[in-house]
Write a protein that binds this ligand. Structure first.
Ligand SMILES: Nc1nc2c(ncn2[C@@H]2O[C@H](COP(=O)(O)OP(=O)(O)OP(=O)(O)O)[C@@H](O)[C@H]2O)c(=O)[nH]1
Ligand SMILES: [Mg+2]
Length: 337
């Protein structure tokens, strides 16, 4: 991890000015419908597993999901752990804060490597069944079958988890539910999938549901760069601007070496131009003033998409975006490396 000190950053922005607050208002109608269907099916559910991105355990968790915590046993999976910068101290702070929000059963998962890890087979499903049996099941008391509901915001790995847990227990090859790298892959409202035959256990997959009102631009931008909101809502250049601001303001300069830059850059268009030039992504464009002359213009959009992809794939390192929620001062930020 690059923690080099660069004099130039003293002149950098200390506050992010969003060009639009569109991200706060984005809540497609189908999410209301999904929420209603989930509420209607809750009587048939024994345990709720909520999946969220481990880089943002607090930002963007749908507060309406918290209502379910009181109604049914609840497990929180902080997934994409492979991309998250979470060490022992940070884990302790995260868990303490989540406890105050009523969440006390937490697992950290990297579903890319689940086949090598015993966590799915030996811990998650057994815990769900144990929690179910430890509380009244009301009209489901004595029912030999278990129903688990998987919920979460878009693109956090809900369907990947269901395929993985099904493979871990009944070794069935192939995907029972579709997975994809963009938000909004699962559309069917409640896809019921058998994941275990002893005891018979079904898991309901659900479409990702965002909170109807994202509290501030910061939370919205974090959801966007983690791809929980479709890229077209905020736009790759605006997302890159936030990501660059975040990296600079947290002194995470890994990108400087990664892209072969001389030093950190504050202005997003200067930064994207450098990436485009380095990668020879320059477009010929007609000069607006003279109209018969061509000028060379860096492909900003290509560069922005590359920057986001590098961040999302972990090529720029591991990150934890929610230290502000843990009230850790920037100077004493905790780091795994
Ligand atoms: N790096 C990494 N990627 C993961 C992990 N789990 C899932 N993914 C990827 O995340 C993306 C989204 O996975 P899905 O399972 O479709 O997510 P979802 O929550 O079902 O998404 P929606 O149905 O759109 O709400 C896919 O590209 C997965 O391959 C993980 O632990 N680590
Ligand atoms: Mg899905």
């Amino acid at each position: 991890m690059s923690r080099k000190v660069f004099e130039i950053t003293k002149t950098f922005r200390t506050k992010f000015e969003a060009t639009s607050d569109e991200v706060l208002r984005w809540f497609p109608g189908h999410m209301f419908k999904s929420m209603e269907r989930i509420q209607a099916v809750l009587k048939d559910i024994d345990c709720v597993i909520e999946v969220h991105d481990a880089k943002i355990p607090f930002s963007g968790r749908n507060p309406r999901f918290r209502d379910f915590i009181n109604l049914r046993p609840h497990i929180l999976l902080l997934n994409k752990y492979d991309l998250a910068d979470i060490n022992v101290r940070r884990k302790e702070l995260i868990e303490n804060k989540l406890k105050t929000q009523g969440v006390d059963t937490i697992f950290y998962t990297d579903l890319r490597t689940y086949e090598k890890s015993p966590i799915l087979k030996d811990h998650i499903l057994p815990t769900a069944i144990e929690l179910t049996n430890s509380r009244p099941r009301y009209q489901r008391q004595g029912n030999p079958e278990y129903n688990i509901l998987v919920i979460g915001v878009p693109n956090v790995g809900k369907s990947t988890f269901i395929n993985a847990i099904r493979w871990s227990h009944i070794k069935t090859k192939g995907r029972a539910t579709q997975v994809g790298a963009v938000a909004g892959i699962t559309r069917s409202l409640l896809n019921k999938i058998m994941v275990h035959n002893n005891p018979v256990t079904y898991v309901f997959d659900t479409p990702g549901i965002l909170t109807p009102s994202i509290p501030n631009v910061d939370a919205g931008m974090k959801l966007a760069i983690c791809r929980c909101i479709p890229d077209k809502i905020v736009g790759p250049e605006n997302m890159s601007d936030y990501l660059l601001f975040w990296l600079n303001s947290h002194q995470r300069f890994d990108y400087v070496d990664f892209y072969g830059l001389k030093e950190p850059i504050d202005n997003v268009y200067d930064f994207l131009a450098e990436i485009a030039i380095i990668n020879n992504k320059i477009n010929k464009s007609r000069n607006q003033e003279t109209s018969n002359e061509h000028i060379m213009v860096p492909n900003f959009e290509w560069a922005a998409n590359k920057f986001l992809k590098d961040f999302r794939n972990g090529r720029l390192g591991q990150y934890f975006l929610d230290d502000n929620e843990l009230m850790v001062k920037q100077t004493e930020e905790i780091s795994k490396n």
